[in-house]
Each structure stands twice: as structure tokens, then as C-alpha cells.
Ligand binder design. Sequence first.
Ligand SMILES: Cc1cc2nc3c(=O)[nH]c(=O)nc-3n(C[C@H](O)[C@H](O)[C@H](O)COP(=O)(O)OP(=O)(O)OC[C@H]3O[C@@H](n4cnc5c(N)ncnc54)[C@H](O)[C@@H]3O)c2cc1C
Length: 431
Amino acid sequence: MPRTWWSEGVDLPATTPLSGEVRTEVAIIGAGYTGLSAALHLARDHGIESVVLDAGPIGWGASARNGGFVTLPAAKLSAEQMIARYGDQEARRFYLSQMEGIETTRALLAEERIDADPQGDCVYEVAHHESAVPHLVTTADIYRHRFGLDATFLQGWAFGAIGHGGTEQFGALRLRGGFGLNPLKFLLGLEAAARRRGVRVHGASPVHDWVKDRGRHVLETPEGRVSARHVIVATNGYTPDELRPDFANRTLPALSNIVVTRPLTAAELEAERFRTDCPVANSRSLLFYYRVLPDRRFLFGGRGGTAGGPADDAAMRAWLETRLGEVFPSWRGIETTHFWNGLVCLTARGTPAVGRLPADRTVHYAFGWHGNGVNTAPWAGMVLAMSIADRARVESLPAPYRGLPMSLVSPGLRRLILKGAYLWYGLTERT
Ligand SMILES: Cc1cc2nc3c(=O)[nH]c(=O)nc-3n(C[C@H](O)[C@H](O)[C@H](O)COP(=O)(O)OP(=O)(O)OC[C@H]3O[C@@H](n4cnc5c(N)ncnc54)[C@H](O)[C@@H]3O)c2cc1C
């Protein structure tokens, strides 16, 4: 497990690898928000049994190490691009489902009594440069008038009074409804809720072989085997290409990185007029995201890096610390106590995928959250549970989710594409 701020002082559940033969209705690969939400909803709402398998210990994937922004959209496409590609109606349905995702996460916290330190009543997207303002004004307008969301663009002075100052603040889009939470507490709460409903969750149980035998799926792990009528693939940015040919090369994993500072004093926060506890992202293509945590530590995150590993991590930490000091100059050189990173999942078409395979409708999948999975992944798990219980048709989901995204090139080339994209954004973005 990476040492994150979230995992300090937390007792993670014991990892019990699957051993021996198990028969169940649904086998779920991946114990993040998607997989655990699917298991919980299957058991709680539909009385359907499932077994969840994860390659790592519980809390290994992105769900345990993200920034805790409950926001939207789970797509790389802008609202305008979404409308251009899918039309007004499907774009609107997509955004409403994303809002439903935010509400699903909120409802799970309440229904399952998960105390995950919710913070704030909105999320902001800040214009990092004056050239970004027109796009955010247009987006706020589309959100409000075409999608029916509670969104407004605040001029720099108006956001400055309630949000923050700094060198990269030229106004902000405010979306009501979004909020921040402690991602690990949310994950562990989901896991405990699923277990209470009789779900078996096995860490250290990587699925390394998958065959179909007389109408049932047989998944092999190092010490065990699960036979199930349905399988849910919930592996997102951690999907191994060899898991199953249908999913090979369809995901583009990208590193997202976080530094957390020591607790700041009230005076230090005020020096940057940092007055909001709502999560904030900026408008850069390679966005920065930041928020003040309940104990006044500052979390600052950004995408970048393609290799991982100690040298890459040290360079990324140094870069984030430098950028933190550039965006908020009075915090230059402030001590950071934690750094970690993990994989988010992009797709070639820039939208997520939720559905089942046409060739085998007992294989269900949900991935491609584009770094916004805290709302979308639990919602998608709920949708897949309803689909398996015959209470919903994934084929009727908003168009951006439908079907598998196109297959990408080989893993090596995928990394090169990502490096090229980072270079391009770095060269073309206004500072
Ligand atoms: C640093 C960082 C910051 C982020 N910040 C935010 C944020 O603020 N807001 C937001 O909405 N999103 C954020 N995200 C993205 C968000 O965390 C993810 O979209 C979400 O957690 C994905 O959930 P999931 O359940 O689909 O996948 P994951 O939580 O990644 O779980 C997938 C699991 O599949 C398992 N697996 C893979 N292969 C196998 C196999 N063969 N057998 C068994 N198990 C397997 C993995 O071990 C892993 O645990 C961030 C991500 C990162 C890395």
C-alpha cells in the first residue's frame, strides 16, 4: 500500500486470499468503488450473491488514494464537444447521470452510515489564465441552460472573495452539489457494508486465468477458483491487457500525483485568501486539483509522468512542490509530508464505458472514469447490479457510455502517446 495521508493511522482490513473452489452468481474482478458498489447493490437491493477478487490488498487501487473530489464529468470531452458528438439530448442525459453519480455517492454515505468527512457544497473549476475565461463562461451557460445543472461563472473578484487568490485565478465555474470526502474512509465503508450483506471480498487474489466451462465462467487465482454465472470487470486503470482479449488495449492508464503539506495556520491560508473547503480544479489541460483538508493540510495534485518508479516519483514530487509555490507564492517552500500517485483510466474516445459484451451478455464492464470516478464508479456499480438483476438495460444508458471504446495500440506505444500528449499540452498551454 502506498503511504497516503488517508492511510495514516488507519487499520486496513485483513487480506484473505481466495482459497479452494467457490460457486457464486456473480464474480467481480476489482475491489474499488465500482466492484464493491456492484457487490453491495447486488446483495442489498436484489438479493444476488457475489464474490469480489482483488489483485492487491483491499485498498490497493485508485479508490483508496484519490483526491476525494466528488465531481464531474468522467470524460475528457468538454460539454461543447460532447454535444457536437452525441447531440443535445444524449449529452444532457450523460451530464444528468453524472449528477446522479454525485447523489449516489452521497446516498451511500448516508444509507450505509459511512463517515467519510464530507466537505463543501460545490466544486470549482478555476480559470488559470484569462484566455480560459470564455470557455468556462460558455460551459457554465451550457451546464445551466442546456443540461439544467446549478452552475454559475464567478468573475475573478467574486471568486476571490469566497475562494482563493494566487497567480492562476481569473474567475471560476461553480457547480453546486459536488463535494469533497476522505476516499479511503468511503472505500472501507463500502467494503464493510458489502461484507455485512454477506459478500466475500478477497485481496491478494489476482485473476490470472479465465475460461468458460458449460455456461459458467471459471476464474483462477493463485490459490483458488471461482465459478460464476456472471462476471463484472471493475479494474479501471489497473486492467491487465492479458485479463481477457475483449478488454486488451482499450484503456489508457495515466499517473495522477498528489502532495500534501503540513497543516497550515489560519494566517498562512489567509495569506493566499484561501477561504473555501470546496474542491477546486483548474482549467489547464493537465489540470491541477487542490483542496484544504479538515486539519488544514493542503492537498495539491496533478497529472503527469508515465513511468512511475522512485526517480520519476522524486521528479514529480519536486515539480508539484514547485508548481504549488508558483500558483500560491506565499506557500513557496512549504513542507510537504506526503506524496503518492496512482493510475486513472482514459479511453481513446474520451468517454467512459459501462455495459456488457454483445458476444457474451454475462460479461459486464465499467471503466474509463478519466480521473472522476468518486461519483461515477459507485453509480456504475449500482447500474451493473440493476442490469444483472434485469431491472435496467445498459443498452439504454446515455450514448457516451455505450459500447467498448476502440482498441489502442500496444502498451509501449500507449506510453509514447501519453508522453506526446503531455509534451503537447506543455508547449501549447498559456501560462
Ligand atoms: C492520485 C489520484 C487522484 C484522483 N483523484 C480523484 C478525485 O479527486 N476525484 C475523482 O472522482 N477521481 C479521482 N481519481 C480517480 C478515481 O480514484 C478512480 O476513477 C476510481 O477510484 C476508480 O475506481 P474503480 O473501482 O473503477 O477502480 P480502482 O479503485 O482502481 O480498482 C481497480 C482494482 O482492480 C484490481 N485488479 C486489477 N487487475 C486485477 C486482476 N487481474 N485480478 C483482481 N483484481 C485486479 C486492482 O488491484 C484495483 O484494486 C484519482 C485517481 C488517482 C490515482
